[in-house]
Design a protein around this ligand. Sequence first.
Ligand SMILES: NC(=O)c1ccc[n+]([C@@H]2O[C@H](COP(=O)([O-])OP(=O)(O)OC[C@H]3O[C@@H](n4cnc5c(N)ncnc54)[C@H](O)[C@@H]3O)[C@@H](O)[C@H]2O)c1
Length: 249
Amino acid sequence: MSFAGKTAFVTGAGGGMGLQIACDLMAAGANVAMVDVKPQPDCIPLGAGNFIYLKSDLSDDAAVKAAVAQTVEAFGGIDLLANVAGVLWFDRDKSALEMDMDVWDTVFRINLKSMVHTTRHIAPHMKAAGGGSMVHFSTIQCLRGDDAPQDAYQASKAGVIALSKSLAIQLGRANIRSNVILPGPAQSPMQARWDDDAAAIENLSQVVPLGRVGQVTDMSNACLFLLSDKASFITGTELVVDGGLLARP
Ligand SMILES: NC(=O)c1ccc[n+]([C@@H]2O[C@H](COP(=O)([O-])OP(=O)(O)OC[C@H]3O[C@@H](n4cnc5c(N)ncnc54)[C@H](O)[C@@H]3O)[C@@H](O)[C@H]2O)c1
């Protein structure tokens, strides 16, 4: 897949999946705006395309508007959007019956409202370019329950699917596609709790039909496919990338 001549806006690009997606897009020729609330990672490999790194809080609409303007100024437009940023706060995200509602609101601002900010500001640039593709990150956990509930995460990620479907309908005639990736458990900074716990990874691997947990490259490969012209008749749908975990009873 070549993305030469395209410009991508990748959120969560200071984290696991977003960084991989940004680097893979650059390797395939795209110019990339890498956006994250974290400082720029030390090692970003050079690709065929260029990048700018924008340290920005995506839950702030004005900050997203400014980041989009900086991207357009740097690269001349935006064709692709990967909405990857998200938070899963294992310590504070609990059952809806007991959790702090300020935490609930913050999780929704980061996981769902941020995607509204990016799509609102980027869609006009995709229209001007004659089309585009958006991929939004949810989770398989919003399709099933959890014995240890993280209800704000689960509900906000379910909202991502609904938002994407609606955008697909609204933007289809403008040749803009909108799809969702539903990752299963994957090794990344979000799952830093596994860093010193090989047993946890092994136990989880046992229940995944393909016998391992996901890697950020698995998610990036799926994301680049959906962003690419190879997926030109795919919109308003979800791609599960979980090694078969959801297929289990
Ligand atoms: N890792 C998994 O097991 C897993 C499973 C299912 C779904 N997901 C989803 O995949 C996506 C990527 O996850 P990951 O594993 O790469 O996580 P990660 O924690 O490594 O990366 C997420 C990035 O989002 C950034 N971010 C958080 N809040 C932000 C804000 N307000 N503004 C800007 N950036 C912000 C973080 O700084 C971080 O760099 C997330 O949406 C996550 O919910 C992950």
